[in-house]
Design a protein around this ligand. Structure first.
Ligand code: SF4
Length: 642
């Protein structure tokens, strides 16, 4: 539906793969004001359809691909798009966010979002050119890895003059085709990795989507936005996290700090330190393997690395992959991690879930529960194992199910490291208990980002006491709401790092940083007031450029308080949606290894006091004792319950 706001293309297209019908899906300006874009817009669309009886691999499921109003606006790190669907891994709604250029080209094609339903008789790829949808057979591509698929698509997009029409694409690899429960969707070298979105696309027999067009992405107040963007870029480039650490070392730069703080998941999260951490560190990666830094469109941070694998320049690993395929399986061979990272992207498989499933299997074997031939630190056959997972052959057919299902079959649920069925990220939460809470309550399962990333306060930015529960629930809620809205608007979550005043990050040993660290756990009450009544912050914060940028692009009033309220709405909407599929307090759980066993025998607090944290968190969110949003809260947030 046409819009009065800038940043939106004013059109959502619905494609039924079974009937090949294409129509416009109504999405009004009132809905844009409330549900913004990205994962929140997707949740609204899914919420209008899902009753809670749908199955991930069925025609009742749908894949909603959304951009945000900031996508392609020229604002920093604004190339993001999102894929939401019912996850085959968790059975709940998942959202998976991705950079690259597909979001930009979807908007250039004239669309804010795509809804894909049904399934194709035969393998298919979709061409979306200026809003027109063309179905193509993909028999030739089926079975191809993601790199070859994208090259083949570029061949198809060649113009009569031999040039490739500018386009953005997403595709799946063999893992998606074979419905590995944690298969990813790949776009250029970027990946929508989590929750098995690639498996849903594979079930639909949809190999790829290619978007192109020349529509203008409008910006309401262009001149003001240009000036604001210049300031914003400058701020990000000067900030110690977004201007130094991430450009210099990428996310891999965190390995050394995680080792120091006991956060480096080692041997399937049984420890927080790895003796050989230097061999898998970001510093070593930068010195010996990094060829060049890369970034998504309009990103000054450029956190991505390019490395060489078998003579080819390819994307380097992120922190999660380095740790979980390094210390996680007691492997210090960095070159092997670089190769696996590339191979997993080529196969179209989430590196986090794959690595954690393998480390679970290694421990199950070590403990005599499952004779599977996998051993910690023995890595020679792992490339072949990954290939088998993608094709569901031999042991791969079992590993393709993820750690939760395997632990239910073979035992060892206490060391199957997942939440709601999705494997945890690389941070060991017993030395960052706020993050432990975040993992447990996160809407999409064991995710550090959807969980609020409290670890940035607990050791990786600030150094607030990592094992106290004081203040953590309220801060987790604040961070979750903030990141929800950044994501909904179409920007990269890494821009949220600059929310923390630079002097605190640059001078960790100064008296003022120490004071902030000491005082923050006792600020839960103040944070709760801000969480409950965000509208009191009817201002733009000098350290947070997102709100003004949002206003200049869209023309919507968006002071900080309203920004936070929109984030809160998005978070609660996903929770309400998941309630229909059975989420309640019992599902906000972590494996016993993290809640019942201390990491450090000398520190009785080095485990996650989850039940205590959950009670405070539910109260802070205004949820009932069963962890569900109350009717009153949903009404206040304009969320319709079913
Ligand atoms: S910070 Fe990294 S992931 Fe985010 S937009 Fe920039 S390059 Fe992409």
């Amino acid at each position: 539906m046409a819009t009065e706001y800038g940043g939106y293309m004013g059109k959502v297209l619905r494609i039924n793969l079974t009937t090949r019908e294409v129509d416009e899906y109504p999405f009004s300006d009132r809905e844009r004001e409330l549900f913004i874009g990205g994962k929140t817009m997707a949740a609204k669309i899914l919420s209008d359809h899902f009753k809670g009886t749908e199955q991930p691999f069925s025609d009742e499921n749908m894949m909603v691909i959304t951009t945000g109003p900031m996508t392609g606006s020229g604002a920093p790190s604004s190339s993001r798009f999102n894929i939401s669907t019912l996850s085959p891994l968790t059975g709940y709604v998942t959202s998976s966010n991705c950079g690259g250029n597909f979001g930009y080209y979807l908007k250039k094609a004239g669309l804010d979002a795509l809804i894909v339903q049904g399934h194709c008789e035969k393998p298919t790829w979709l061409e979306i050119n200026s809003g027109k949808v063309i179905f193509h057979e993909a028999d030739d591509f089926w079975g191809m890895k993601t790199g070859a698929t994208q090259e083949a698509l570029d061949e198809k997009m060649k113009l009569p003059n031999g040039r490739v029409r500018k386009n953005g694409k997403i595709c799946i690899g063999p893992a998606g085709e074979n419905q590995v429960l944690y298969a990813s969707v790949v776009s250029n070298e970027r990946v929508a990795g989590r929750g098995g979105v690639g498996a849903v696309m594979g079930w639909m027999r949809l190999k790829a989507i290619c978007a192109s067009g020349n529509k203008e992405i409008s910006v309401k107040e262009k001149e003001k936005m240009v000036a604001h963007t210049q300031k914003w870029f400058k701020y990000l480039r000067k900030h110690p996290l977004t201007g130094e650490q991430l450009p210099k070392l990428g996310t891999a730069g965190l390995v050394s700090s995680m080792q120091m703080k006991g956060l480096l998941s080692t041997k399937n999260y049984s420890e927080g330190h790895f003796d050989d951490f230097e061999l898998i560190s970001g510093e070593r990666l930068a010195e010996q393997y990094n060829i060049v830094n890369k970034g998504c469109l309009t990103c000054p941070i450029r956190c991505s690395r390019t490395v060489e694998v078998e003579g080819k320049a390819v994307k380097g690993p992120e922190l999660e992959t380095l740790v979980l395929l390094g210390s996680g399986i007691c492997n210090n061979n960095l070159e092997a991690v670089l190769r696996w990272n590339y191979e997993l992207d080529e196969l179209g498989m989430d590196t986090i879930s794959c690595a954690n499933t393998i480390s679970y299997a290694m421990e199950a074997n070590e403990k005599g529960l499952w004779d599977n031939g996998l051993h910690f630190s023995e890595i020679d056959d792992l490339s072949a194992v990954m290939e088998k997972i993608a094709h569901k052959e031999g042991i791969g057919a079992e590993l393709a199910l993820g750690s939760k299902r395997l632990s239910e079959k073979y035992g060892g649920t206490e060391f199957a490291i997942h939440a709601k069925g999705m494997e945890l990220a690389a941070y060991e939460p017993r030395k960052a208990v706020g993050l432990g809470l975040g993992y447990a309550v996160s809407n999409r399962g064991g995710c550090h980002l959807n969980g609020g990333y409290a670890v940035i306060l607990e050791g990786l930015g600030l150094s607030v006491n990592p094992t106290t529960y004081h203040g953590k629930a309220d801060m987790t809620m604040l961070m979750q709401n903030l990141m929800e809205m950044i994501s909904a608007s179409g920007q990269c979550l890494f821009t949220s790092y600059a929310f923390f005043p630079a002097p605190l990050m640059s001078h960790p040993n100064s008296w003022y940083t120490k004071l902030v660290n000491a005082v923050l756990p006792y600020c839960g009450g103040a944070v709760r007031i801000l969480n409950k009544f965000p509208e009191i912050a009817a201002i733009h914060l000098p350290v947070f450029h997102h709100t003004k940028g949002f206003e200049y692009v869209t023309g919507m009033k968006m002071p900080f308080g309203r920004y936070m309220r929109c984030g809160e709405r998005g978070y609660n909407l996903e929770r309400e949606l998941n309630r229909r599929f059975g989420v309640d307090a019992t599902k906000d759980a972590l494996p016993k290894r993290l809640t019942d066993v201390v990491q450090d025998p000398k520190d009785p607090n080095s485990k996650v006091p989850l039940e205590k944290l959950k009670q405070v968190y539910y109260h802070a969110r205004g949820w009932d004792d069963n962890g569900l949003p109350t009717k009153k809260l949903l009404q206040k947030l304009n969320i319709e319950a079913k």
